[in-house]
Design a protein around this ligand. Structure first.
Ligand code: CA
Length: 430
């Protein structure tokens, strides 16, 4: 099916700011609460949120096989389950309705009042109910930096790393949308030189600059997804901040990997940008040497050129960009990650979230965590207000942005912004 929605020449009758992340070529999917306290599935063009539930009830999706309540839900899981063909039909139709040449909705004031919302009239929710969350570890630069710091610079990459996309199963209950603040976690740490652990608030709270993809129902138990088919089962991508408590992590992670250092919060951006919308920004990933095993081999452009930025915003509102990276630096592609994930027959379902792992680039400015940017606390970062950071301080907000740009066209993800509050204080009874 032709991706008519991707036509770069297409213009919309909705007002769109210059350089918006959400031109008519994007058409992401999300879930929001409206001014009338109704939860609905929607999309966004420029700074206008569009209620797809209302559009469907008013007949704008006539001719597309959709159940009546497909958009009147609090998650996108069922719509994602409908599969790639339906996603494409719906995205193309939205693009048609908002095309500058199409007067149908444009001239229907009554319908517009029901369908269109300003961003300050809505509250974004988690877009999917996430059944399972997997976090990969697919940046060679990040794995090398962390291996150098925590183990041995001479043998920074463990022997398996170049042969398979390393990952662990994370926790979905603490995945939150942009805007929800978190508390500094409490936990057990082993101070340097001490002979027994201590308990208290983590002193080394960090962000991890990541992206994640969201899958549809892909396979039955026992059935691997061949790598050549893997991308058909990927609905789209979001920005992800995998909050990490480095001091807790260092003490607890041997031998089974991350646990409480990672599962206190994971933030994602609320609009899922489809893999279809990202098609113009496909590119090759880094050359893989040694050549992976055949079940992980796929030629062609299977990475994406997505610029990424991280800001630390102080409690006074002063923002400093501390990292500029790119999704294309990742060594392992999404297709390889999904093929590997299911090669043993592991079942993947609609709404599963697969994190990329921290995306660090080749230069010091492109590292994707404070652990690397400030090199384990030895090289503090100076912010615009003159203050220094080695990790994240109480009341700092971490903002991750992501966008593709090519030949004057831009498609973006918006942002994921999360404020770190001081440690949780139990309420005292009056
Ligand atoms: Ca991670």
């Amino acid at each position: 099916m032709e991706l008519l929605a991707n036509d770069p020449a297409k213009k919309t009758w909705l007002p769109t700011p210059v350089d918006t992340d959400f031109p008519i070529q994007n058409i992401p999917f999300g879930v929001f609460l409206t001014r009338d306290d109704i939860i609905t599935i929607g999309t966004r063009i420029g700074d206008t949120a569009i209620d797809l539930g209302a559009m469907h009830q008013l007949g704008y999706f006539d001719g597309i096989p959709l159940t009546d309540d497909i958009f009147l839900q609090d998650t996108l899981n069922d719509f994602i389950s409908d599969g790639q063909k339906t996603w494409r039909l719906v995205r193309n139709r939205i693009s048609e309705v908002f095309d500058i040449e199409n007067d149908t909705l444009k001239n229907n004031e009554a319908h517009k009042t029901i369908i269109l919302f300003a961003l300050n009239e809505i509250e974004m929710q988690l877009p999917v109910q996430i059944g399972d969350y997997t976090d990969f570890y697919s940046s060679k630069e990040h794995a090398t930096n962390v291996g150098s710091m925590f183990r041995d610079p001479e043998n920074a990459l463990l022997p398996n790393w170049l042969h398979l996309p390393v990952a662990y199963h994370g926790r979905s209950s603490t995945i939150i949308p942009s805007g929800v603040p978190i508390h500094r976690p409490m936990g057990q740490t082993m101070p340097k030189g001490a002979d027994k652990p201590v308990f208290g608030p983590s002193r080394l709270v960090d962000f991890e600059l990541e992206m994640a993809f969201i899958t549809t129902d892909a396979n039955k138990l026992g059935e691997p997804i061949p790598i050549a088919k893997a991308e058909e089962y990927i609905f789209g991508m979001v920005l992800l901040n995998d909050w990490s408590a480095r001091d807790i992590q260092k003490w607890e992670y041997i031998p089974l990997g991350p646990f409480l250092a990672k599962n206190f919060a994971t933030s994602i951006s609320p609009w899922i940008v489809t893999l279809d919308a990202l098609k113009p920004y496909r590119c090759a990933g880094p050359k893989q040497d040694p050549t992976p095993l055949p079940y992980l081999t796929l030629n062609g452009n299977h990475s994406f050129d997505i610029g990424l930025e991280v800001d630390i915003v102080t409690s006074e509102g002063i923002a400093t960009t501390v990292s500029k990276s790119n999704y294309k630096y990742l060594y392992w592609t999404m297709a390889q990650q999904l093929a590997h994930h299911t090669i043993n027959g592991c079942k993947v379902t609609s709404g599963d979230l697969m994190g990329s792992g921290t995306i660090s680039g080749p230069t010091k400015e492109s590292y994707g965590s404070m652990l690397e940017l400030a090199w384990q606390g030895t090289k503090p970062i100076t912010l615009k207000d003159g203050s220094e950071r080695t990790f994240i301080q109480d009341n700092d907000t971490v903002v991750i942005r992501g966008f593709c740009k090519k030949s004057g066209q831009r498609i973006g993800f918006g942002e994921v912004a999360t404020t770190l509050l001081p440690e949780f204080q139990p309420k005292t009874k009056k």
